[in-house]
Design a protein around this ligand. Structure first.
Ligand SMILES: NC(=O)c1ccc[n+]([C@@H]2O[C@H](COP(=O)([O-])OP(=O)(O)OC[C@H]3O[C@@H](n4cnc5c(N)ncnc54)[C@H](OP(=O)(O)O)[C@@H]3O)[C@@H](O)[C@H]2O)c1
Length: 244
């Protein structure tokens, strides 16, 4: 039986991915902070659970060393500061970088040595269109751009080891992401209700399942997954006298 770790497993994309991987026969270790949600997930899917903050790498390392995953899904992430970098402040900048980047790098660093020894393994990083394109999310975009270039470089470094690196870059997904983000509440609530048909977390989980389910000689490098009602790109024009 293949074994997968999923971080950020208590809601949205992470919870859907745990369900999808369990459905495909994986043993799953689900990691997130909220124990009540984890208990529900364990009952629903049969996943093993670890109530931990991904920033607590010592706790995570101990559990991961025991679990020995074939697949790591680095999904935990926060959208703080998405309402404007100038308003973010030290604490939110720190948390966004720590959760979205540092913990992802550290956890990958924890699992890689055993994968390299086994000459097999799969790292799946959840990036974002904000890491690939200009979408006026300076803080969040900086963290996801780091995830993007890390994924690209890691794939390059690991070539010849048999280890695969996949980056999934979703557009809008209907999750608790905006409700969980810290920043101007009114603005975040407004951003969280688009009126379009957003991706369902299960759509992203299906893309992850596709990537991990391909034969070992196939590396699905990057998937950019958008709602049909969303597009990126374009030029923004706004006269400065309008804002003074
Ligand atoms: N929703 C979108 O439109 C969208 C688009 C592109 C990319 N993404 C990315 O997709 C990933 C999942 O987001 P989502 O949309 O599913 O949002 P979500 O529903 O808010 O889920 C975020 C998950 O991350 C966990 N988490 C947050 N901080 C954590 C920490 N310090 N330690 C451990 N777990 C932590 C949360 O669990 P606990 O609070 O229980 O710890 C939760 O399970 C993120 O990386 C996000 O950047 C989302």
């Amino acid at each position: 039986m293949k074994r997968a770790i999923v971080t950020g497993a208590t809601s949205g994309i992470g919870a859907a991915t745990v369900g999808a991987l369990r459905g495909a026969g994986y043993a799953v270790l689900a990691v997130a902070r909220r124990p009540d949600r984890l208990d529900g997930l364990a009952q629903e899917t049969g996943a093993q659970i670890l109530a931990a903050d991904v920033r607590d790498i010592a706790t995570i390392r101990a559990a991961v060393d025991d679990f020995k995953p074939d697949v790591l899904v680095n999904n935990a992430g926060v959208g703080h500061g998405i309402d404007g970098f100038a308003e973010a402040g030290d604490a939110l900048i720190q948390e966004a970088v720590d959760v979205n980047v540092t913990s992802l790098l550290q956890l990958t660093g924890v699992v890689l040595p055993a994968m390299i020894e086994n000459r097999a393994g799969h790292i799946v990083n959840i990036g974002s269109i904000a890491g690939l394109h200009t979408v006026a999310s300076a803080l969040y975009g900086a963290t996801k751009a780091a995830v993007h270039i890390f994924s690209q470089n890691l794939r390059n470094e690991l070539v010849g080891t048999g280890i695969r690196v996949t980056e999934i870059c979703p557009g809008r997904v209907a999750t608790e992401f905006y409700a969980a983000a810290k920043g101007d509440r009114e603005r975040l609530d407004r951003m969280g209700s688009t009126g379009i048909r957003e991706l369902d977390p299960k759509d992203v989980a299906a893309a992850i399942l596709y990537a991990v389910g391909t034969p070992a000689h196939v590396n699905v490098a990057t998937i950019e997954l958008l709602p049909t009602d969303q597009a990126v790109g374009g030029i923004k024009l706004k006269a400065s006298h309008e804002t003074t």
